[in-house]
Design a protein around this ligand. Structure first.
Ligand code: ZN
Length: 407
């Protein structure tokens, strides 16, 4: 019965979510959390965020084949849930229509590019990043990270001339669109905000707006909820590995799966995914000068530091905590939202093979964060475009607070 529909994609037809419900589950006790984790396995669900003891809501799509059984199981366990939408396709269509309308508007490129009210597709992002570099050669250089599995360019901008390097990694998980909006916005902000010019004399920012380009394209063409890369796994019908479980740091230990059909599949070997490998090469290129690394994800409103592979804390945990607290308080001041800080394993879950753990242990990046942007589970990955502006502003406030403390 249950298939791993989210991970499978033998057909390249767009996923039709018309009869799929989007539901929001509200665990009220640790017993509910336990039940939900059991049901996730039993029904092979893709929870957008795992059920955790913080008792935050869990969003998930329920396909028509599982619906009756899964909802009955929730009811039997007395776990409250609400139907957000009876037709998830309608939400996807609405998001796309808004995006297309925005990009059709006259002169929506260059100077008139809309960073704050609209999501963009890969071609628009690529053109815009090149435009920024071409129009501000004194501040920025277009320097791609390398190619993806399907041969596309991974865009990046190097902004500023300082000795110390700050890396902003966005969109390693392709469905986390708000992070990709942040990447574009922050590149533009750094280049065009004259008040930041002194910062660019001290630092060199490397902004990667979308690392998992193939997956991102797939979220536009085929499945809005695609998270992984798009490399095939021989012997299976499943595609992609989780590029944030694929780094050579405690590879495929706890919090990663060796099942190619899992959303957290670690890949056939460490750095089997060229996207992770190319990003690691970029980090190595600046090894010794990296002042801070930010891996930007969504969603959950968390500001986290190493480690993901262990509950133990890194030697400079106190420093990382202080910096995280500064970030969280700046975010609160920005638009009033509360973020939680702590180490990855202690704040959400064990996750081995992640970029910041590798940067910390292997590339000597002692100030590294994994940030989960808004929200806490109301819209999840489908954060409405009218929240892009506050989301990117508060994220920048957090990043800036860290940098101010470093200087
Ligand atoms: Zn993510």
């Amino acid at each position: 019965m249950a298939t791993l529909s989210m991970s499978m994609s033998i057909h390249e037809e767009p996923m039709d979510f018309s009869n799929h419900k989007l539901i929001r589950i509200h665990p009220r006790s640790t017993e509910h959390v336990k039940q939900l984790n059991r049901l996730e396995k039993e029904f092979q669900m893709d929870y957008w965020r795992p059920a955790l003891n913080d008792l935050r809501p869990v969003l998930t799509i329920v396909d028509p084949y599982k619906e009756q059984y899964f909802l009955r199981a929730l009811n039997n366990s007395k776990i409250f849930h609400e139907i957000v939408s009876n037709n998830f396709q309608r939400i996807v269509d609405k998001e796309r229509a808004e995006m297309e309308m925005a990009s059709r508007q006259l002169n929506a490129k260059g100077e008139n590019y809309d960073y704050e009210n609209s999501y963009h597709n890969y071609e628009e992002i690529l053109d815009q990043m090149k435009y920024l570099a071409n129009n501000h050669p004194e501040k920025a250089k277009y320097q791609p990270v390398g190619k993806t599995y399907e041969g596309r360019e991974i865009p990046a901008l190097v902004i500023g001339s300082g000795e110390k390097v700050i890396i902003l990694e966005n969109g390693i998980h392709s469905r986390e669109w708000i992070t990709i909006a942040f990447g574009q916005w922050v590149a533009n902000k750094l280049i065009t905000d004259v008040s930041l010019e002194p910062l660019l004399e001290n630092y060199r920012f490397i902004v990667v707006p979308v690392l998992n380009v193939d997956g991102f394209i797939y979220t536009h063409t085929t499945n809005r909820l695609w998270r992984k890369t798009r490399s095939p796994s021989p012997g299976t019908n499943c595609f992609g590995a989780d590029p944030n479980r694929n780094w050579d740091s405690h590879f495929c230990e706890q919090g990663a799966s060796n099942n190619p059909c899992s959303e957290t599949y670690c890949g056939s070997s460490a750095f089997s995914e060229i996207e992770s490998k190319n990003m690691a090469n970029l980090i190595n290129q600046y090894k010794g000068s990296i002042a801070a690394y930010f891996a930007v994800h969504s969603y959950s409103q968390l500001w986290m530091y190493p480690f993901g592979y262990s509950y133990s804390l890194p030697p400079n945990a106190q420093q990382l905590k202080t910096l995280s607290q500064a970030a969280v308080s700046a975010i609160k001041k920005s638009h009033g939202l509360s973020f939680t800080e702590g180490s990855i394993a202690n704040t959400i879950y064990l996750a081995s093979g992640s970029s910041i753990d590798w940067a910390y242990d292997s590339a000597d990046v002692k100030v590294a964060f994994a940030v989960e942007l808004r929200d806490k589970g109301l819209y999840g990955f489908q954060l409405p475009a009218n929240q892009i502006k506050p989301a990117v502003e508060e994220t920048w406030a957090g990043v800036k607070a860290v940098i101010d403390q470093l200087s």
